[in-house]
Design a protein around this ligand. Structure first.
Ligand code: BG6
Length: 513
């Protein structure tokens, strides 16, 4: 069913430029599950240039044929084709334009071989324009090194109107200092406009819709402020544990893994001022501005306005699961947090005194990412025999995943001779209106990079603003290791400290709004 009859194309919608994409870390999970299927989906939607080729770069000793087979298999398994079966002609088309470069990313000689492969074999054979984008899907320790080596081998230099772009995966740095150092290093080789720091949350339809919802409709913006909004909750709850990523997660923890990137993206899109245009820098200026207006937590704030947790064994969706400390590659006495909640305040005219409660955790009761906008109570009790606390408040929920949509809760009269109020909900589900299109979440981001639109990528100052806000928390947490970990059962909504955080303000979490 397609009920949305009036659709308008916003901005440009054109196929990506002719280019060669080089994926560093091409044998890893991200390439297999997301990048390759996303390229297929783009080609299927006719948004990938016919003059395109892919070079997989990795350390694994594979032949070109073996990598090609691996890549096609990944597409067959993960491309979300509606018909179920992948398009054989398209697979054959891909098979002719997939190459492999094996080598050690620290070895300068590898980059000269890569250059040779790209210039002679890859672009020559496929008549591709001299545009390159490099996707760094490697361990973060390689980011700076790869960019430096690309520079030394002349692979990052833009000449004759052709572009060179680099997509850098997260985590971008381990703390404020290392993020700044990485920015400094890569900027020695690249101009800011060549750098695309990815945050895959921005590839999600519903995240992009926050801007459309706020700025393409006239009715919400007038009430989008401290006068009408009581508080906002941003939740990214996952039911999965750390899966096979214990090694990475032990050093990261929930705060670094989710907050300065994904949660702050949601926060900034929800709270920023209207940009003067949808040009990349206009949007990112506003996002950065609002992040800079967030109060930097003092050590006292860290103690009273943040909560951390680690999951114990429990039951998730009917299945018994182990605690974090029993996961592979995790220390049996690990102090790493798998849950974070924090209250942030924004010092500007729009948001002064409105608390924003952020939380994220692994092994929680349900997989839910959503933004709850809780409006203030009506100012006057018209229904005299109803206690004021029983009067309904309005709540708008932006459902990011898994159910994508928006719902609005308001009070309505229960039919009958007695005056009774009930709470009702108006729901908009994406799927009802637009159906579902094959999407891994990376299509839009890859396309934007191929057309040179950096709006949905993080700029250096945004990344640093995000780290500056959590650095004081990381510092205090490091100085005061948690005493009572594990402190929440897998399959619950997190530790009691997170509930207490809101209870102190006379509020409670909305679990699955
Ligand atoms: C990643 C984190 O960036 O985002 C993971 O490293 C997390 O730990 C994931 O599971 C969540 O993304 P999504 O799209 O599944 O909500």
């Amino acid at each position: 069913m397609n009920l949305a009859t009036d659709t308008v194309t916003l901005g440009q919608s054109r196929a990506g430029d002719s280019c060669v994409m080089v994926i560093f870390g091409a044998t890893g999970d991200l390439t297999r599950r997301k990048l390759l299927p996303a390229l297929y989906n783009l080609a299927k939607a006719k948004l990938l240039s016919r003059k395109f080729a892919l070079v997989g770069a990795a350390v694994d000793p594979l032949s070109g044929d073996a990598f090609r087979e691996h890549a096609l298999e990944a597409i067959k398994t993960y491309a979300t084709d509606e018909a179920g079966e992948p398009d054989q002609d398209l697979l054959a088309w891909f098979a002719k334009r997939i190459y492999y470069a094996q080598g050690d990313f620290r070895d300068p000689e590898f980059y000269w071989r890569l250059k040779d492969l790209c210039c002679t074999e890859v672009s020559g054979k496929n008549a591709i324009d001299d545009n390159y984008f490099y996707y760094l899907a490697t361990a973060p320790a390689f980011f700076g090194e790869i960019v430096r080596q690309l520079g030394q081998a002349g692979l990052a230099k833009e000449e004759g109107g052709h572009w060179r772009r680099v997509i850098i995966e997260k985590p971008f740095g381990h703390d404020l200092e290392s993020a700044r150092a990485l920015n400094t290093d890569i900027k020695e080789v690249l101009k800011e406009r060549q750098i695309y720091r990815i945050d895959h949350y921005l590839g999600k339809e519903t995240v992009q819709n926050i801007m459309v919802f706020r700025f393409a409709n006239s009715i919400f913006e007038p009430i989008w402020n401290r006068r009408y909004i009581d508080h906002v909750q941003i939740t990214a709850a996952e039911t999965v544990g750390v899966e096979r990523r214990g090694g990475y997660y032990e050093n990261a923890g929930a705060m670094r893994d989710m907050v300065p990137n994904h949660l702050f993206q949601l926060l900034s899109l929800t709270t920023m001022e209207p940009p003067i245009s949808f040009a990349a820098d206009a949007v990112r200026d506003e996002q950065t501005k609002v992040l800079r207006a967030v109060q930097i937590p003092t050590p006292e704030d860290v103690l009273s306005k943040t909560a951390r947790g680690q999951y114990d064994e429990g039951v998730v969706q009917g299945e018994p699961v182990c605690g974090y400390r029993a996961e592979p590659d995790v220390a049996p006495d690990s102090k790493t947090e798998t849950f974070v909640a924090m209250r942030v305040m924004i010092d500007n005219w729009r948001w002064a005194d409105v608390p924003f409660y952020l939380r994220t955790g692994k092994r929680m009761a349900s997989r839910t990412t959503e933004i709850v906008i809780q409006f203030r109570r009506a100012p006057l009790v018209l229904f005299r025999n109803t206690a004021i606390e029983q009067l309904q408040t309005n709540r708008l929920v932006l459902h990011i995943q898994p159910n994508e949509g928006i719902s609005l809760q308001f009070g309505a009269k229960v039919p009958g001779p007695v005056m009774q109020l009930g709470s009702v909900r108006m729901d908009f589900n994406y799927q009802d209106y637009f159906g579902s299109t094959p999407n891994t979440g990376y299509e839009r981001l890859l396309l934007d990079c191929m057309t040179g639109d950096a709006t949905l990528f993080q700029r250096a100052d945004m990344v640093e603003a995000g780290w500056s806000l959590i650095q004081p928390v990381l510092d205090v947490w490091k100085a005061l290791p948690p005493r009572a970990f594990p402190n929440y059962a897998a399959g619950s909504w997190g530790p009691k400290e997170a509930d207490e955080l809101l209870e102190r303000d006379g509020r409670h979490w909305v679990n699955g709004g």
